[in-house]
Write a protein that binds this ligand. Structure first.
Ligand SMILES: Nc1nc2c(ncn2[C@@H]2O[C@H](COP(=O)(O)OP(=O)(O)OP(=O)(O)O)[C@@H](O)[C@H]2O)c(=O)[nH]1
Ligand SMILES: [Mg+2]
Ligand SMILES: [Zn+2]
Length: 306
């Protein structure tokens, strides 16, 4: 909640806007600019940040004089590089969105985005969009054992949009996923009149065209906030601890710590309970494969990154 404290005025950053920010105070939107000490940290402010504000003498703008500590931070990690780019702050739930077709789903990317949510300690859910184009069954099956909530939606027909909208209420959420999967379309379906730009999927490449270019937080009429993000398909996981990766796969968690070897990486070690669970059908081979790929990637990182 954004409140007026004793003599502190707090607002919520909706979006970066040129040199300033669109900031929401209660239900009124203002433009605000950084002033003084916080200016140094200016490029670090993101949608969802709660900022301290003061009237800016002689202008209609508000001055941002401080930033409240973040409850959570979703960061995009750039592959093949050390950089992280903050995407959204103070988020309660990450919705990883994929289309069933056009663009074709990339389960590996979904696993990456889910791991990213896990390492940020933010609960995640899966949204299977464009169910009007093809049956979602294979993807439903792929994520069934993870325990993540699965929403099946069509922004085109409205199917499943009500259930999705219900899940957004009362807290702050973000939609992530590749370009063209229908993130902005879904938001438009949840909140008619929003008018977010959507872009056709390229006929030639069958990929999205990066229509959304910056993260924007949208106050929802029914309560809650939703951040729309630009689609990205290159998600690195550098900096994630190899020993913690398995615990970012919820269906593996019950077996971690029960393997014969304490430092088991669940690859081909004897007495591995995770591998046994895969053999019993309690973990899908495809998810295990994702885990192995990400593990190799994390371990291949140069020392100096650690
Ligand atoms: N058939 C069908 N088309 C959809 C659906 N949702 C979105 N689309 C179409 O998919 C295309 C991409 O939609 P966007 O909402 O722009 O996708 P996005 O995920 O926001 O893409 P970026 O902003 O580039 O990350 C548009 O042509 C939409 O009309 C759906 O449920 N069914
Ligand atoms: Mg978009
Ligand atoms: Zn093991």
């Amino acid at each position: 909640m954004v409140t007026t404290g004793q003599d502190r005025l707090l607002g919520r950053v909706l979006q970066r806007d040129g040199a300033g920010y669109r900031v929401l105070v209660a239900t009124t939107e203002y433009r605000a600019v950084l002033r003084g000490r916080v200016k140094r940290d200016s490029d670090k402010l993101v949608a969802g940040d709660i900022v301290q504000l003061e009237p800016d003498a002689g202008s209609e703008l508000l001055a941002i004089t401080g930033v409240e500590p973040r409850r959570t931070l979703l960061e995009r990690r750039v592959p093949d590089g050390r950089g992280t780019r903050p995407v959204a702050a103070n988020i309660d739930e990450v919705f990883v969105v994929t289309s069933i077709r056009d663009p074709a789903p990339v389960p590996q990317l979904l696993d990456r985005l889910l791991v990213l949510a896990e390492v940020s300690s933010i609960p995640a859910a899966v949204v299977l969009n464009k169910v009007d184009m093809a049956p979602p069954d294979a993807l439903v099956e792929r994520f069934r054992l993870t325990g993540y909530p699965i929403y099946q939606t069509s922004a085109a027909t409205g199917a499943g949009v009500e259930e999705f909208a219900e899940a957004l209420r009362r807290h702050a959420s973000v939609v992530t996923g590749a370009s063209g999967v229908g993130k902005s379309s879904l938001l438009n379906a949840v909140q008619p009149g929003l008018g977010l730009r959507v872009g056709a999927v390229s006929e030639k490449s069958r990929r999205g065209k990066n229509t959304t270019v910056s993260a924007v937080m949208i106050p929802l009429a029914r309560g809650g906030f939703l951040v729309d993000t630009p689609g990205f398909s290159d998600v690195g996981l550098w900096g994630v601890d190899a020993r913690e990766l398995a615990s970012c796969f919820p269906e593996m968690r019950p077996f971690i710590g029960t393997c014969r070897f304490n430092d088991c990486h669940h690859q081909h070690e004897p007495g591995c309970q995770v591998l046994d669970a895969v053999a019993r059908g309690e973990i899908l081979p495809d998810r295990l494969q994702s885990y192995h790929l990400l593990l190799d990637e994390i371990r291949a990182e140069p020392e100096e990154w650690e």
